[in-house]
Design a binder for this molecule. Structure first.
Ligand SMILES: [Zn+2]
Length: 400
């Protein structure tokens, strides 16, 4: 025992000497630990360190201009499967970008001085002078010389048609505690990667370029419910579940919970894209009520409440007219939604006067805009530098 005490004292003295060196500690070689003495307690398991807090950047200045908003779908990681001449090819070309295009777009918006902010931080709900709740645009601060950018990702559900067409299959948790994607390459081999999925690519991009996310924001994930979420089949079958279906569903629910938690802990947020990808212009009010409740039950119960609704197909309720506050809109508002996002040719937004709500549009980097709307996107990137002409089908383009 005495011997051990002396050994510990010697070690402490040695550590103090090392710590007192004038060279920075980081450059010291790691000392080899001595073999443990008999009385030494077993080493405690190494706890996973908590996420590093994001320091508030210096030199923040108010930004009063338009907050630009880009939205993506999941990205095509194997174009040879997406662009193989089948009936899905045109739709995938229209609405998706490839892996290389996505990487190039992120690099370009970063180089042009955009920084990510949370979509939910742009507006908030406040009482006005008449005692009514209304949405207001928040004061937005950005590092000097930077411009705020919101990114959202629609249909991050890993639908079956995506799995068949060159997309990743699901998010999983790696041994490092980070999110990775799991999928199959064109030869059918399993692939675990952080370089093939829009979500993990943005995670990695920000690890390399932390100043792209000065406040810790990443993207807002717009999820439906009819095929589960994030690659996990968490949806019900309305009482038609076999025991096997239900047992699998419960396993999928337990598997996705920690993934949702990691996403939330690392700057991702969630919005509703309706349960059934419902067209809110044509669906009846009764169908919308049923769908909205089902999203809350099956998806909201996993990702938490949200006040953001992303219109499927960009279709607005009540006559597809954003100026209207009709019965469908009022119902959706009563279910907690305050930010109603569609799709458009600019990052338009409008705070409604008659009800506490914001209407906004998002720009859409994809095949249609890369081919035909180069000029609308030049502040973000030049389609000429981005589009993989040799990889996509030959549907033409106009870059004049
Ligand atoms: Zn959608």
């Amino acid at each position: 025992m005495k011997h051990t005490v002396r050994l510990v004292a010697l070690l402490l003295a040695l550590l103090l000497v090392l710590g007192g060196c004038s060279k920075p500690m980081a450059q010291e070689p790691t000392p080899t630990p001595p073999p443990p003495a008999q009385e030494t307690a077993p080493p405690a398991p190494t706890p996973i360190p908590p996420p590093t807090p994001i320091p508030t950047p210096d030199n923040l200045v108010p930004y009063t201009g338009v907050v630009e908003h880009l939205f993506f779908h999941p990205v095509i990681c194997y174009p040879e499967l997406a662009f193989d001449g089948d009936h899905q090819e045109k739709g995938l070309d229209d609405w998706m970008v490839t892996l290389n295009e996505y990487n190039a777009i992120l690099q370009s918006v970063y180089d042009k001085g955009f920084v990510l902010i949370h979509m939910g931080d742009v507006w908030s709900e406040q009482l006005n002078a008449d005692g009514e709740l209304r949405m207001v645009r928040n004061e937005i601060l950005v590092p000097e010389g930077k411009k705020p950018l919101v990114i959202s990702y629609d249909d991050t559900n890993y639908y079956q048609y995506m799995l068949d067409n060159g997309f990743t299959h699901k998010l999983i948790i790696g041994d490092d505690g980070k999110l990775w994607s799991w999928g199959l390459d064109p030869q059918g081999n399993e692939v675990v990667s952080r370089d093939l999925d829009a979500i993990t690519i943005l995670d990695k991009f920000i690890e390399t370029n932390p100043d792209f996310s000065p406040f810790g924001a990443k993207g807002c994930l717009s999820v439906t419910g009819y095929m589960g979420i994030l690659g996990y089949r968490t949806q019900t079958d309305r009482g038609n579940e076999s025991a096997e279906f239900e047992a699998n569903r419960q396993r999928e629910i337990e598997a996705v919970k920690p993934i949702v938690q990691i996403l939330k802990d690392t700057g991702w947020t969630f919005g509703s894209h309706t349960w059934g990808h419902a067209n809110l212009e044509t669906a009846s009010l009764a169908r919308i009520q049923d769908d909205t409740q089902r999203w809350a039950d099956e998806v909201g119960s996993l990702v938490g409440e949200t006040n953001i609704l992303f219109y499927p197909h960009g279709a607005r309720p009540d006559g597809n007219d954003w100026t209207q506050t009709g019965p469908k809109f009022r119902y959706l508002h009563s279910m907690g939604f305050r930010i109603f996002a569609s799709v458009g040719i600019e990052s338009f937004s409008f705070i409604k006067k008659d009800i506490s709500a914001v209407i906004c549009d998002r720009l859409h980097p994809d095949g249609t805009t890369l081919r035909w709307h180069r000029n609308k996107y030049l502040q973000f990137y030049d389609a000429k530098d981005i589009m993989e002409v040799d990889v996509r089908p030959d549907y033409g383009y106009n870059w004049d």
